[in-house]
Ligand binder design. Sequence first.
Ligand code: PEP
Ligand code: MG
Length: 325
Amino acid sequence: RDEELLGLCLLPGETLDGVRVHLRGNVELTEELPLALRHGAEGVGLFRSEFLYLNRSAPPGEEEQLSAYRAVLEAMAPQPVTIRSLDLGGDKLAPEINISDELNPALGLRAVRFSLKERRLFKTQLRAIFRASAFGQARLMLPMISGVAELWACRELCEEVKAELTAEGVAYDPGLPIGIMIEIPSAALIADLLAREVDFFSVGTNDLIQYFLAVDRGNEHVAYLYEPLHPAILRALRLICQAARAASIPVGMCGEMASDPLYTLVLLGLGFDELSMNPPSIPRVKEVLRQVRRSEGEDLLEQLLTLPTASEINRCLEDEMTRRF
Ligand code: PEP
Ligand code: MG
């Protein structure tokens, strides 16, 4: 069975009716790249750069980051690698680098908020990412964007970095795509406004579900309320995908929800162009993808959107998937 699944690795992520959905890997350390390649990852959809910053007393400098990003890009070439800028804070703490005594860390100074406050640190990272873009298909992704102004502030810094590198005569890709994670309800609701300003979206369901449903993603006492199929989540995903389509930008998903083959047909129906996940999940998702048509996903989605609770949606989806597979 495992052999059979691994045999799928050489085949593209494509539906029966020829819709391409890129299946990519979520990667935290460069050591994981061979695993991603072995499972047929078509590039890296989420490189969690914060892992370079954990368990050390000082943040990594520009050269160290450059060599880490370059290694990922070269290993995956010619496939793209989406490097996410620092997402420290919340449940990812580096006590020597960021603050760790917030009352509500998930709502605190995390991710891009922290980066925009520590501008020198952010600029060092951006310089390393832009420089690395000379060595492969890099994309820059900003985490925890909550509104357009925050995005503009980041873009301004990117422009500064580009001007500096140009003045220094250092190589970089001037067309480096800049995208954002959609993982905060405010961003989901203004996805149309954000879509005009960026090159791609990637939905972070781990946080999106946490913030939409007000359920701590790591709290076992409320884990029963953490429902990826809550009608509010399906509606939010639809809104995000519609906004991306209207602006003609690609939309991916890099939260855990992307890795469960139970959801693959629905995500196809929503219109996702990319699903990024822990690499060993790729073959199972691809197996489903290659046996369905987008219109089937769209019909199923319409049906699910009429149901009032996550349990009913879940039951309907499970029945449908068991009937098919
Ligand atoms: C997410 O929030 O879904 C996500 C992919 O990011 P992280 O799990 O690193 O917060
Ligand atoms: Mg997140």
